[in-house]
Ligand binder design. Structure first.
Ligand code: COA
Length: 166
């Protein structure tokens, strides 16, 4: 079946939420600890503007992953800097979907005129760190033991991809 990436629609809210809530329950890749309601996820989707899109990957008609670029800081001086999020359905990891989604987000970020993409990743999340490194993100800082989930202290690794032309 064909795999494709497309902009998310409001009809994707539940699938996006289910993919993310799995990780809220099971994983330190998100530091959210309380599951999101479908209603709040729909509000979140409705609140997006054109400069900060959400995309989904689907196989056939099943949403198997999603990604977004969000404002990193709402002060206007930060307007060309965004932060990415990528979540692949737990049953579909390791098949290239994360790279497909993040690659698509980077192209969109560039087309939208953003200049820098930041990733904040929990220090022990090797998969996410590798994914970002494989698309040219570079180390940009480390905040030690700033997070806590499942009774573990967690580091936050900052990675940065510059979209500026040399
Ligand atoms: C992290 C995540 C997005 C990666 O997506 P994926 O579809 O599983 O990864 P891909 O198959 O596209 O792999 C991309 C690259 O990362 C590497 N990689 C992915 N998972 C890995 C793992 N667990 N360990 C080591 N390397 C890994 C792959 O080898 C590949 O590297 P390459 O291009 O140099 O060969 C996905 O596993 C996921 O959703 N994890 C839980 C949520 C999460 O951590 N999201 C990121 C929050 S910002």
């Amino acid at each position: 079946m064909e795999t494709r990436v497309r902009p998310a629609t409001l009809a994707d809210a539940q699938a996006i939420n289910a993919i993310h809530n799995h990780y809220v329950r099971t994983c330190t890749c998100t530091w959210q600890t309380i599951e999101e309601t479908d209603e709040n996820r729909l509000k979140w989707l409705k609140s997006r503007d054109q400069a900060h899109p959400v995309i989904v990957a689907e196989i056939g008609h099943q949403v198997v992953g999603w990604g977004s670029i969000s404002a990193y800081n709402t002060r206007t001086g930060w307007s060309a800097t965004v932060e990415d999020s990528v979540f692949v359905h737990h049953a579909h990891q390791g098949k290239g979907l994360g790279k497909l989604i993040l690659g698509d987000l980077l192209l969109r970020a560039e087309q939208l005129g953003h200049k820098s993409v930041i990733a904040r990743i929990s220090g022990e999340q090797v998969g996410s760190l590798r994914l970002h490194a494989s698309l040219g993100f570079e180390p940009a800082g480390l905040l030690k033991a700033v997070g806590r989930k499942f009774e573990q202290d967690l580091d936050c690794v900052y990675l940065l991809k510059s979209l500026r032309k040399p």
